[in-house]
Write a protein of this length. Structure first.
Length: 131
């Protein structure tokens, strides 16, 4: 009798996984930083044109294949992005090994990086807007 794959995933911690010279935590921090830069351009454009209605911002998760967007008001995005280690994510995209959820809404989460992922963000992120 053959078994169909079930809707489960086995999680096994094997230590840091290295891809292209970066471990998983560094890679996730880098991926999130790329989308942070895109989202900041969206937010800057909204500010220049006086847009206050919700706009589609990219999910800032560490998944390299994520292309989902989050409808959020530019002012709310600016509030989150004013903290160097905080990012907006689709619920379910958070990764407990590199970030803590600090706020939850029905449409998105706000997470804060820690450890190597935070260090990667701090190395790459421009500081001009942060408190």
């Amino acid at each position: 009798m053959s078994r169909e794959p079930g809707p489960w995933i086995a999680h096994v911690y094997l230590g840091p996984v290295r891809i292209d010279g970066m471990d998983f935590r560094e890679r996730a921090g880098h991926n999130e930083e790329v989308f942070r830069k895109v989202n900041e351009r969206i937010e800057e454009g909204a500010e220049q044109h006086g847009v206050t209605k919700p706009l589609p911002f990219h999910c800032e998760c560490g998944r390299s294949d994520c292309i989902e967007t989050i409808e959020i008001e530019p002012g709310e995005y600016d509030r989150v992005a004013s903290h160097v280690a905080r990012f907006v994510l689709i619920p379910g995209h958070e990764q407990a090994t590199i970030e803590n959820v600090v706020e939850r809404t029905p449409a998105y989460l706000i997470v804060e990086k820690f450890g190597e992922a935070r260090k990667e963000v701090e190395r790459e992120h421009p500081r001009r807007r942060h408190r």
